[in-house]
Design a protein around this ligand. Structure first.
Ligand SMILES: [Zn+2]
Length: 270
């Protein structure tokens, strides 16, 4: 049986002179490993060789028993060409792809995560009109990482102390984040959480704002999503605060995965 779906390539390896093995994140089937026979030939059913972030409609053979699925078509849509000219944006997107690959299981569908990932790539790829380019890219990465955590069932608690349940207020004398507790910890409770990291007031506040799920616009028919809620949130966020948040998130993903994601250092350092 042949199955149609939408997919974003998150990993591509050469298999032979003419074929590739790909990890695709699909909308309806989740992550799948496929073999694309003949994809490197000049004329193929894949519109040319496939690479990370190739995106479009696919057809693949259903073979739940076999681990490797055969890809029969990949109708590539215009990709994310601007990423090639912006190393920081490219690294942020590669970081996103690495996290999707590390934190989802094969054949475990996450359509909303797929939409969020596609929206993240589209928004990051969009030609930057402001001088706060890096700030915008970092905001988009953080929004995507929070979407990812929510969609895989690890949404952090950012509106109240995980221990005493008191609501977060910007006048808390200290605010901490504990990875093991998956959320905020207040100054009265911090002693019980040895892994806590102190957050600035701005970072805690910004995290709370960014984590509100107001970003669920359907994406397949609607590319124009930087306007509205995202843009407003992004404008409010400051680069220093964003860097602090990203550092916390990298720490959190490192705890979840028991290793630091490979792309993290390129995003934190630059
Ligand atoms: Zn507390």
């Amino acid at each position: 049986m042949l199955i149609k779906d939408h997919a974003i390539c998150i990993r591509a390896l050469d298999y032979s002179e003419t074929s590739q093995i790909l990890t695709l994140f699909t909308r309806a089937a989740g992550k799948i490993s496929v073999i694309a026979k003949g994809s490197k030939r000049p004329k193929s059913a894949f519109d040319g060789p496939l690479e990370v972030f190739s995106y479009g409609r696919i057809v693949f053979s259903d073979s739940t028993k076999e681990k490797l699925v055969t890809l029969t078509e990949f109708e590539q849509q215009p990709g994310f060409a601007n990423l090639a000219n912006n190393l920081f944006a490219l690294n942020c997107c590669l970081f996103g792809a690495e996290l999707v690959n590390s934190l989802t299981n094969e054949h475990d569908p996450h359509p909303e995560l797929f939409d969020g990932f596609l929206r993240f790539l589209q928004n990051t790829n969009e030609k930057q009109k402001t001088k706060n380019e890096k700030q915008k890219t970092l905001s988009l990465l953080i929004l995507f990482q929070l979407t990812l955590l929510r969609e895989i069932g690890l949404q952090p608690i950012l509106s109240y102390c995980v221990n005493c349940k008191n609501n977060f207020k910007t006048d808390w004398p200290q605010t901490y984040f504990s990875s093991s507790a998956n959320g905020l910890v207040c100054g009265d409770c911090e002693a019980s959480f040895p892994d806590k990291i102190e957050l600035t007031k701005n970072a805690a506040n910004c995290l709370l704002v960014l984590s509100k799920p107001v970003l669920g616009a359907p994406v397949l028919s609607n590319v124009e999503v930087v306007e509205g809620a995202d843009a407003k949130l992004i404008a409010e966020a400051q680069e220093r605060t964003l860097n602090e948040i990203e550092k916390i998130l990298v720490h959190h993903f490192t705890e979840i995965l028991h290793r630091q994601p490979k792309m993290a250092k390129y995003v934190l350092k630059s």
